[in-house]
Every structure is written in structure tokens, then in C-alpha cells.
Design a protein around this ligand. Structure first.
Ligand code: HEM
Length: 396
């Protein structure tokens, strides 16, 4: 009697565990799920996802699965069922579906922060989003940049670079981060900048600029021909400037064609946003598969930007490739700043800051690498123990 009760309990336990594992591995779906594996119960494939790789290339987690399953595959990361996409057409479509088929995945936390009930409609969140976006664009957008940010950025960069020459060696990324940090303290933008600092910290971070700029400096040091052409472009601008004491004008900024190509190439290789996340708010049909409502969709910019079918020899730093790049190719395959109604509001700001940095740097200073700069993706782009460089004045 005792044994049969015990056997019954054990069998029930095994049956429920098996059922649980089966349900984990075969999630409910009103159709056919994209191929893939949900990994182990609870942890899914989270550990494999975070294994660092020592290259700029797409992480081996994504690469292996893209090869095995195709451009859309399902997995489970950090306890959430996820569909990972490297399909340019689907990504483009998803970016246009904000509020209709998808929403930002961290929407709940934003809603809580701004005091909304998370069960409220998308329209309310959409309204808050529109408001914050317009507010932020007024401070970081093109008009603000043309008006005063460009000259403020130039002044600040001149001061910082001058200070940095006094150091025998500096860790570039932390110096750039502290420069960007100072923009907040010194009321670089305006009195109510604090609002945007909060907004920026929540939605995107200045970390993105410092990583991109650090990668740019590393690549420029390693590619003297690119550096030479960059110097020539900026020296020509100085030569043609009517008033040698004036700063960079908006017209000059717009004319820096090669610099823009260098920045695009660094953004492409850097793919600093490892994944752009959305949550399906309805079942989504794609290529005969169904993505169930509630699932996360992860768009992986690196998978597009390092695709050899689109970018020949994708891991080579070749700014000249941008000379003949078709608009159609760029629209769907180059998404460092996301897309659709969530397109990064700091995109132009980031480009102006980097361009101004290059202008002041290459016309006045010389760079020497001291040590470091080892790339890793974990999956965020990092630089091992940092990139240590020396900056010295060119003339005198
Ligand atoms: C190289 C630098 C940068 C990169 C690569 C970058 C990348 C991105 C990406 C991929 C998104 C889309 C996120 C999504 O769709 O979920 C985004 C959104 C955003 N970024 Fe940036 N970003 C950069 C710099 C900045 C800067 C400097 C600011 C602030 C001035 C900023 C503010 C924002 C904001 C507020 C959003 C959210 C926009 C919205 O939801 O409407 N970003 N960024």
C-alpha cells in the first residue's frame, strides 16, 4: 500500500515535469511558430546568448541559428519567448507597425514612470511618446544643432582635446564619456535639460556615442589611408574658410562627404544597438509563420549590417563603399538608429558631435595608440581594458 502511494506520487511528479518541459518546448501558438529551440526550462538560451565573442562580427549565437533556421527563429531569453529577425523586409514592416501590431517592449516601465496605468490603451502611451519625442527633438534636433549646439559642441571639444594633450596616455572611452557627462552639468543644452537626461538615459544612452567614437578612433589609427583622406577633407575646409577664426558652419558640416562616409562605416561595423526590441500586441503572420501576441521580437542590426550579400567583405573598414550605395539598400539594411516612429532622436546630434570631434582632432592633433582596443561583443560592443592613446599637438 505504502509503495503504491509512493509510486503514484513519483509518477505524477514525473508526468507533470514532462508536461511542463513539453509545454516549455512547444509554446501555444495559433499557427506555426518560426523554427528554433526554446532551450532549457526557465533559463531558455540566455547563457548561450550572452557568451562574449572577440570580434566585430555578428555573435555566434545569432550566426549559428540564422544558418540553421533562416532569417527568423524563435528562442527564449531571460524568461521571455523571443523571435529573432534578420529579415530586412520584416524588420522594415515591424518598424512601421508601432501601436498597430507591436509596441516597445519596455512600455510597461515607461507607463509606470509617467504615472499611467499599464492596462491603458496604446493611444495614451502613443500620446506620451509623441509629446516626449517632440520635446526632445526641440533640444537635440536639426534646428537646435544649426542654431547653437554645433558651435557649443566645437567649443567643448576644443577645450577637452587641449586638456587631453597634457596627459601622457588616456583611456579614450572613459574620457569621451566624461566629456559627454559634462554636457549635462554645464547646462550644455538648456535649463530643463534634466528632463532629457532622464529621457535619454531611459531610452538610449550617451554610451552609444562613446562606443562609436572609440571604435572610430581605433579604426582610424589602424587605417592610415582613411585617416589621410579625413585630414585632407578637413584641411581643405579650413583653407576655404573666409574667416579663419570662425567655427564650423552648418554648410561646412553638410559638405564633409568623406567624414559622413567614415561615420556610416563605423556605425555599420559597430552596430552598437545589439538588438531592437518590440512586443507583439496581436498575432503577427510572416512567411507562413505566426508570432504569437505577447512575444518579443528582436531585430538584430548587426545581422543586416554585416551581411556579405549586401556589404561586400563586411568586416573590412571601407568608408569608400558608401560612395555608390543605393538608397533602397541603405533604407532596409542600415539601421544603426532604428526605424519608423521610434527612429533615434539623437541621430543627427550624434553625427554632428562625431564630425566636430574629427574636425578639431585631425586639424590640430596627432594620435598614437599606446595599448588596448581589444574588441568584444557580449552582445554589447566593448573594448576589453580600454583603448589607451596619446594625443599631441601637430604644430609646435
Ligand atoms: C551613435 C549614437 C546612437 C545610436 C547608435 C543610437 C541608437 C538608437 C536606436 C537603435 C534607437 C531605436 C530604439 C528602438 O527602436 O527601440 C534609438 C532611440 C532613441 N535614441 Fe538613440 N542612439 C544614439 C545616440 C543617441 C543620443 C545622443 C540621444 C540623445 C540625445 C539618443 C536618444 C534616443 C531616444 C530618446 C530614443 C527613443 C526614440 C523614441 O522612442 O521615439 N540617442 N537610438
Amino acid at each position: 500500500m505504502y509503495w503504491s502511494v509512493w509510486l503514484c506520487v513519483v509518477s505524477l511528479f514525473i508526468a507533470s515535469i514532462t508536461h511542463w518541459v513539453y509545454k516549455w518546448r512547444n509554446p501555444k501558438c495559433n499557427g506555426k511558430l518560426p523554427p528554433g529551440s526554446m532551450g532549457f526550462p526557465i533559463i531558455g538560451e540566455t547563457i548561450q546568448f550572452f557568451i562574449p565573442s572577440k570580434s566585430l562580427d555578428v555573435s555566434s549565437f545569432i550566426k549559428k541559428r540564422m544558418k540553421k533556421y533562416g532569417p527568423l527563429f524563435c528562442t527564449n531569453l531571460a524568461g521571455r519567448p523571443v523571435v529573432v529577425s534578420s529579415d530586412p523586409d520584416f524588420n522594415y514592416y515591424i518598424f512601421q507597425q508601432e501601436g498597430k501590431l507591436v509596441e516597445l517592449w519596455y512600455m510597461d516601465s515607461i507607463a509606470k514612470l509617467v504615472g499611467l496605468d499599464t492596462s491603458q490603451s496604446i493611444a495614451a502611451t502613443g500620446y506620451v511618446h509623441k509629446y516626449l519625442r517632440n520635446l526632445a527633438l526641440a533640444h537635440f534636433g536639426t534646428e537646435a544643432l544649426k542654431g547653437r549646439l554645433l558651435s557649443k559642441a566645437e567649443d567643448m571639444i576644443r577645450t577637452r582635446l587641449h586638456d587631453w594633450t597634457k596627459l601622457p596616455a588616456l583611456e579614450f572611452k572613459s574620457c569621451v564619456s566624461s566629456m559627454i557627462d559634462d554636457m549635462k552639468k554645464e547646462k550644455f543644452l538648456s535649463d530643463d535639460f534634466v528632463v532629457f537626461v532622464m529621457f535619454g538615459i531611459l531610452f538610449a544612452s550617451f554610451e552609444t556615442i562613446s562606443s562609436t567614437l572609440t571604435l572610430a578612433i581605433k579604426l582610424l589609427i589602424e587605417h592610415p589611408l582613411v585617416m589621410q583622406q579625413l585630414i585632407e577633407e578637413h584641411e581643405a575646409i579650413l583653407k576655404n574658410r573666409e574667416d579663419p577664426n570662425s567655427g564650423i558652419s552648418w554648410k561646412e558640416y553638410k559638405s564633409m562627404t568623406f567624414t559622413h562616409q567614415v561615420i556610416n562605416e563605423v556605425l555599420r561595423l559597430g552596430s552598437v544597438a545589439p538588438g531592437i526590441l518590440r512586443r507583439a500586441i496581436k498575432d503577427i503572420q510572416v512567411n507562413g509563420y505566426t508570432i504569437p501576441s505577447g512575444w518579443t521580437i528582436m531585430v538584430v542590426p548587426a545581422a543586416l549590417q554585416l551581411n556579405p550579400d549586401t556589404f561586400v567583405d563586411p568586416l573590412t573598414f571601407n568608408p569608400w563603399r558608401w560612395k555608390d550605395m543605393g538608397v533602397g539598400v541603405v533604407a532596409k539594411n542600415f539601421i544603426p538608429f532604428g526605424g519608423g516612429s521610434r527612429l533615434c532622436i539623437g541621430a543627427e546630434f550624434a553625427k554632428v558631435l562625431m564630425t566636430t570631434f574629427f574636425h578639431v582632432l585631425v586639424t590640430n592633433y596627432r594620435l598614437t595608440k599606446i595599448k588596448g582596443g581589444q574588441i568584444a561583443r557580449s552582445p554589447v560592443l566593448t573594448f576589453g581594458n580600454g583603448l589607451h592613446i596619446n594625443i599631441s599637438k601637430k604644430h609646435g
